[in-house]
Design a protein around this ligand. Structure first.
Ligand code: A2P
Length: 349
């Protein structure tokens, strides 16, 4: 396997995404000796699990990146802006999960099933991993876009707390336990109580009335599908689910396409599992949910595929995926595999 002779740094190894990256690398049996776990100074000296092994965590600030072939960054935008260029200059290919570089023209934004060829065009040695909501959306949209052209997308997201990192997971658990014991839920990571509630704001508001999270979906969808003409509107909502984002998606295509044709296209598409049998006796076959289908799994699950009653070229979908796996860690590892398969992880600049 091509990744097995590369030195891979995991930046943010103690975080929710970083730990899942390690799980996925362990599933792929990448030797522990090839990995370097990095985090902030406060975690240096601790250990993170790696399959049967443990990896010592090093302080990113004092680490010399010389000799690293591929660096998987999931430590936020500020850390990426500060350290990713240094890793790239030292010869590593950086795959960054933050939004720091996603809109830079000279940084490809790549989903392994949608535009894998774009990883090769990385003049700065940096490849960006999309936002988790965009990721699962474009996996479902790409086959439809190729077949019928997408004119417009209207998506509402139902995003789990793990999207806010380890502190989001902790907060939902803590508030749920507190409320069930008749104590107050004290918000820290989220602006108000998230347990038994939902919150129609993720990230800061912008002047146009949308949030930053919503505008990420708009801009990233266009960049990944390579079509600035696609009109996109998003409403991003945080819900009290631990793992797995869901999306209600309304699409208007350029050419007419039936729901049956969309179902067939998606069944044949890589990375997608169609769960769409409303008449099924077994409830798990009717439609996917984050808990029953997506959590801890790799595919993007699509159900509720139907013709939009309100538009002659409209299709409606329900799209569910594990936001930490396909939405972040898995895609990053898949991009690393694409890079490793090139036979040269180092960029000639
Ligand atoms: P640490 O655990 O030492 O704070 P999450 O998204 O789950 O909150 O995780 C964020 C990840 O990014 C953690 O591994 C965290 O390490 C890491 N991180 C945050 N800030 C820095 C920094 N300045 N330098 C290195 N790693 C950082």
């Amino acid at each position: 396997m091509t990744m097995h002779n590369k030195t891979i740094a995991i930046v943010g190894a103690t975080g929710a995404v970083g730990q899942t990256m390690l799980e996925i690398l362990a599933e792929r049996r990448v030797p522990a000796a090839n990995l370097v776990a990095l985090a902030s100074e406060r975690s240096a000296g601790s250990f993170v699990d790696y399959g049967e092994d443990e990896l010592l965590v090093h302080d990113l600030a004092g680490f010399d990146p010389a000799g690293v072939d591929i660096a998987l960054f999931s430590a936020g935008g500020d850390t990426a802006r500060r350290y990713a260029p240094t890793f790239a200059q030292a010869g590593a290919v950086v795959i960054d999960n933050s939004s720091a570089f996603r809109h830079d023209d000279d940084v490809p934004l790549v989903v392994s099933e949608v535009n894998p060829e774009a990883v090769a065009k990385r003049p700065r040695g940096i490849i960006a991993n999309p936002n988790c909501s965009t990721m699962q959306l474009v996996v479902a949209l790409a086959p439809i876009h190729r077949a019928a052209g997408i004119e417009r997308v209207n998506v509402t997201t139902y995003q789990s707390v793990s999207g806010a990192g380890g502190s989001g997971l902790e907060e939902l658990g803590r508030q749920t336990a507190a409320l069930l014991s008749f104590q107050d839920a004290e918000p820290q990571t989220f602006p108000v109580q998230i347990a038994f509630n939902l919150i129609p704001q993720i990230d800061a508001f912008l002047d146009n009335g949308y949030t930053r999270e919503e505008m990420k979906v708009v801009r990233e969808t266009r960049k990944i599908l390579g079509d600035d003409a696609i009109r996109v509107s998003a409403t991003a909502v945080r819900v009290p689910v631990f793992y797995g984002h869901s999306e209600a998606v309304s699409i208007e295509t350029r050419e007419p396409i039936t729901a049956d044709a969309v179902r067939a296209l998606l069944r044949a598409a890589p990375g997608i599992e169609v769960v769409d049998d409303p008449a099924a006796e077994e409830v798990a076959k009717r439609w996917p949910t984050p808990v029953t289908h997506a959590s801890g799994k790799d595919p993007v699950y699509v159900g509720r595929i139907r013709q939009d009653l309100s538009h002659e070229r409209g299709i409606v979908l329900w799209v569910v995926a594990d936001n930490i796996r396909k939405g972040a860690a898995l895609n990053a590892v898949q991009l690393a595999e694409l890079v490793a398969a090139e036979g040269r992880a180092r960029i000639e600049s």
